[in-house]
Design a binder for this molecule. Structure first.
Ligand SMILES: [Zn+2]
Length: 272
């Protein structure tokens, strides 16, 4: 599943390729991808609109057009591709935006879990998908927000990191990397972190997400972004996917277990 760094990589690719393009037509081949409004309104409102910018909030892509924002979540395997209109779409193509340069922006999704919403620009941040998101994992994230979120939290710290209200954009891979860098055991209850640990955690969130964005995200298995750019952060992973391998700090074998229903990797000695 793409997390913030991978979505940011897609955003940058889209921005280079579609900003300034006008939408001639919209074709929805699998209507469940469109969350709101109706498929008919989604199509009609976008015809004649121009893509002005592509932004991102957490794991959501935000396509700004003349009057609207398309909020898009790729979920497990959603992808965008830019192809010429002569090139026939595959069976995994579910939404097609025909552009005035003869190209088509196509949304592909093997699992069909992705979602799109269309909202008026002034109301975008009030949309249910966006309004409860926590801060971005950069200078927006403060220690006081982290402390307030963790107070009385009985859930595991891993589950807290995956909660988009604590911080937006973190998923399974980066949660494991952040906890290893902070020396915190993934099963610790959120409220048990000391103030020193909260500070370490907050700093690891910001540092690791920044490095991952700079590397273009992590490319594992089949996930690659729409435009063939592959991220390289897989070469910097310390703990994710390394069960049985020695921890570089203490040589103890990394363990893989399940926390918050997700495969979780950690060092039993370094992570207290
Ligand atoms: Zn260790």
């Amino acid at each position: 599943m793409p997390e913030l760094p991978e979505v940011e990589n897609v955003r940058q690719g889209l921005e280079r390729l579609i900003v300034g393009q006008k939408i001639k037509a919209v074709n929805v081949l699998w209507s469940n991808i469109i969350k709101d409004p109706t498929v008919e309104d989604f199509k009609q409102n976008l015809i004649g609109e121009t893509f002005l910018s592509i932004n991102r909030r957490g794991k959501f892509l935000l396509f700004e057009t003349t009057d609207y924002i398309v909020i898009s979540h790729l979920r497990m395997e959603g992808k965008y591709k830019l192809e010429s209109e002569e090139h026939p779409p595959t069976k995994h193509t579910h939404v097609i935006f025909s552009l005035n340069n003869g190209k088509e922006l196509r949304y592909l999704d093997v699992r069909k879990f992705g979602k799109m919403s269309l909202v008026e620009k002034s109301k975008a941040y009030e949309h249910p998908s966006l309004r409860s998101l926590g801060p971005e994992p950069n200078e927006e994230l403060t220690l006081s927000h982290v402390s307030a979120f963790l107070r009385n939290r009985k859930r595991s710290i891993k589950a807290c990191l995956l909660d988009q209200k604590m911080v937006a954009g973190i998923g399974n891979i980066y949660a494991d990397e952040i906890l290893f860098a902070s020396g915190i055991h993934p099963e610790r209850q959120g409220h048990t972190l000391s103030s020193t640990e909260q500070k370490k955690l907050k700093e690891a969130i910001v540092t690791i997400m920044k490095k991952a964005v700079e590397a273009g995200g992590t490319t594992i298995r089949t996930y690659a972004n729409a435009f063939g750019d592959s991220g390289s952060f897989q070469n910097q992973l310390m703990v994710y996917g390394k069960e049985g391998e020695p921890c570089p700090n203490c040589q103890t074998a990394f363990i893989k277990t399940k926390v918050a229903q997700r495969g979780t990797h950690y060092c039993p000695l370094c992570q207290k």
